[in-house]
Ligand binder design. Sequence first.
Ligand code: PHE
Length: 446
Amino acid sequence: MKEDRREGFGSSFGVLVAMAGSAVGLGNLWRFPYLVGQNGGAAFIIIYLVFVVLFCMPIMFSEFIIGRRGMANVTRSFSNLAPHSGWWIVGALGVLTAFLILSFYSVVGGWSIRYLVNALQFKFNQNGMDGFGATFNSFITNRTQPVFYHLLFILATGTVVVLGVKKGIEKFSKLMMPLLFVLVLLIAIRSLTMSGSGEGIRYMFRPDFSKVNSQTIIAALGQSFFSLSLGMGTVITYASYVSKEENIIKCSTLTAVSDTIFAIIAGCAIMPAVFAFGLSPQEGPGLVFVTLPYIFANMPLGGVVAILFFLSLFLAALTSAISLLEVIISFATEELHINRKLAVYGSIVVISLSGALCSYSLSEGTRLIIGGKPLFDFLDATTSNYLMTVGGILIVLFTGWKLGKRAVFDELTNQGKLGIPRWLLEVVLFTMRFIAPAAVAAIIIF
Ligand code: PHE
């Protein structure tokens, strides 16, 4: 079943930027800073880091192992490694999850384009926060405009993916990820040099364990899975394009470290400015599309910072969307035998429709309500709270128990070529087998 002429990444740096591109996204820019502040500052960061190390790293290693050893799209990687079993269903669940996430994620990607266009026209000039809130609300509840921008976003995503892994995804990530990093760093510097910014730093970093409760734990878990793009096959898919020489432990660790550093810098870019204006931070869309535009309209050099910010938001969302689309495209080309171009165009059509439904679900008087929530919010909540976490558990269980010790050690050490200490391998295997699945399951059930 081996694919002989599969394309692959050209360099270690290419792998890293593509993986980081998938991880760094809206989750870092609009949820992490807010969650940190709300859940006890440094206390939350510590819990988050513990989850990343104990639960996320074993899952990321597992996905890496499955993809690189399975050498195919997310379903066939499973069936190559465990023929005649039902494990491929975990892969199929991943493809479905990728499609569902992409449906709402690319709507927000569209919003970022719209706001970038506004920024480029120096259009942030309403009076007061209410004006910005009203503008945002009337934009996202409009039936046609956001759908148009969503289409632009998904076309941009498709344009990169259609070029393939090396010439599209890798090349684009190599250019854009360093740029993104510099942009966010510049915004952070601007934000930190405003008078009154100290309160924002305190909001982010002052450890306050009294704010830690069961909600905090769940928030930290959901955020860590979502932010690292785990549990649904993006890492499996990308890893299937990675050479046998790559060091899995090193590459996964670097990805997680870059994602976390990026999230913290994003916090330093946003919170100091929010507090310098005496505002209180909101979560998600409200923070990025209402509070920040208000600040940009009122701060010196705000027009330029607005351009930098919405460009960053767009790029961060784009590289994540690319990884989601690639999960679907590699499945479609290898399993349904559709050529890459057709697969990309077909997916664009389908996702334009599903995204349009998500967008419509936010409009006035919509009937697209599931479980009391608009379709948009329903998909957002279901994918990160259930599909990704359950996917993550199944993935570590597969690697730890079904593939087993020999295969895991072979992959992590590249057949013994990397001198990785035995104790570290044993620890990794132990967390894969016991700690990660049990703890994540306990948290979901609880
Ligand atoms: N990690 C991305 C973010 O933080 C979202 C994402 C989830 C991307 C799952 C790919 C897969 O925004």
